[in-house]
Design a protein. Structure first.
Length: 451
């Protein structure tokens, strides 16, 4: 089977599943927006905080993908099973950190000057999601394991099925009915918690019954912590997780800062960020498929094949990003009207979606190259670039433009300023990552490989 077909099938399957997951958030945004503008604004702030914590911490787990894919390339099947069991110890540390951050968000909400009327609902929303964090992280490990195997179909079926449960459950709990009082944005969190535990139960059943997992001896007795292996996970995963954290918080902290501009600005930004997050699923799916394949060939001692996958992934991702960006820039008003019936929110969101289109093209390239750099064990340089450009130029630059003014210009008091600065920053990140990746690929071809 050609690399194009392998990558296309893998990425396409992952994309369907990722879109189902993103539909969780999109559905919540639409349901909350139709319920009330206040619920939508609270959801915007609460989901921004949750995503910042969640994505930053699952970045540590996502780093296991190239490790497991390399083991498969070297045909070390039982070693994959041992590594999966050891990852449970790492998962325990991550769960504790995630729950602590979600249960005590008060200082961050006060620092971001989130309005007092919104703060109580946001705190209730995050408290419920704190108890949904553990099953969600365990499902992510299962998903990463399947992606490393090149077998994401089971994960996709579970994600699509979960969506079919999540939507009616969110509608019921947000608006109330059948003896349940309306919960607003908090109802979305309760629906997420219920679905996450259902998914975890199905995952345990799959691992027990599917023949696909038998060669890896997953259900052997749990070994004591292998601190050397856990340390290897951490050396690759922690910089990767921090890079995710910087990337996501540079994006989601915009929601906290924009909340100062009022409900209309906050709700409009939530629509724009929701569309951007859906668009991100395309490069994310390509990145997962390509990184699994690149790591497989590195483990098999064929860096020349890995290079072919890198070039193919860049071409496919770039073309798809340009096509999607064009569609979004033209269909902005229509998309915004799907989320809200408020004409003022629709008008502002439509303007933001033009910048979302430009942002997506650069974001797609940097997402793919970030994953591929981890295959070559390059994590510290991307972390530094994210910090300087995304936090420094993107987030701080947008804040100065919006609230303080810059270069003799008065403060804009506009959410668009954050998107303009972030688009410039993510474009520079993509350019730097391309240079790093090209040097990594060339270096791998010069180093003798053991088959």
């Amino acid at each position: 089977m050609s690399e194009l077909k392998v990558i296309s099938q893998h990425a396409g399957t992952v994309l369907v599943g990722q879109l189902a997951v993103m539909a969780f958030g999109v559905a919540d945004t639409v349901i909350a927006g139709r319920y009330s503008d206040e619920a939508l604004a609270a959801l915007s702030v609460g989901s921004a905080l949750y995503i910042s914590v969640y994505v930053g911490l699952i970045g540590i787990v996502q780093a296991l993908l190239p490790i497991w894919a390399e083991m498969l390339g070297a045909r070390r099947h039982e070693a994959v099973g041992r590594s999966l069991r050891q990852s449970m110890y790492l998962c325990g540390f991550v769960v504790v950190a995630g729950m602590a951050a979600l249960l005590f968000p008060g200082p961050l909400l006060r620092w971001a000057q989130v309005p007092e009327l919104m703060r109580e609902e946001v705190q209730q929303y995050l408290t419920v999601l704190a108890f949904a964090f553990a099953p969600s992280l365990l499902f992510r490990i299962y998903s990463t394991f399947n992606q490393a195997l090149g077998k994401p179909l089971l994960v996709t079926w579970l994600q699509v099925g979960a969506l079919l449960v999540k939507i009616p459950l969110s509608i019921w709990l947000v608006a109330g009915g059948a003896g349940v009082d309306p919960m607003g944005a908090v109802g979305c969190a309760w629906a997420t918690l219920i679905v996450n535990y259902l998914l975890l139960a199905l995952v345990m059943l799959m691992l027990r019954t599917q023949a696909l997992y038998q060669p890896y001896r997953i259900w052997r007795r749990m070994e004591r912590p292998d601190w050397s292996q856990i340390g290897h996970f951490a050396r690759l995963g922690i910089p990767g997780g921090l890079a995710y954290l910087v990337e996501v918080t540079s994006f989601t902290l915009m929601a906290l800062f924009i909340a100062r501009l009022g409900t209309v600005a906050s709700a409009s930004h939530q629509i724009a960020s929701s569309v951007a997050a859906v668009l991100y699923m395309m490069p994310l799916s390509m990145a997962i498929a390509c990184s699994a394949r690149v790591s497989f060939w590195i483990g098999a001692g064929r860096p020349d094949y890995a290079k072919r996958v890198v070039l193919l992934g860049l071409k496919l991702t770039g073309l798809a990003a340009l096509a999607l960006g064009t569609v979004i820039s033209m269909a902005g008003p229509l998309l915004a009207s799907w989320y809200s019936g408020n004409p003022e929110i629709v008008a502002l969101a439509s303007a933001l979606l033009v910048w979302v289109a430009f942002y997506h093209v650069a974001d797609a390239i940097q997402a793919l190259t970030a994953f591929l750099l981890r295959c070559y064990r390059i994590t510290l340089a991307p972390l530094a670039l994210y910090g300087v450009l995304l936090w420094g130029l993107g987030l701080l630059g947008g804040y100065r433009l919006t609230y303080g003014g810059m270069a003799g210009q008065a403060a804009t008091q506009s959410a668009a300023s954050f998107w303009i600065a972030s688009t410039l920053a993510i474009g520079l990140v993509a350019a730097c990552f391309l240079v790093l990746l090209w040097h990594a690929v060339r270096r791998s071809l010069r180093v003798p490989q053991a088959a």
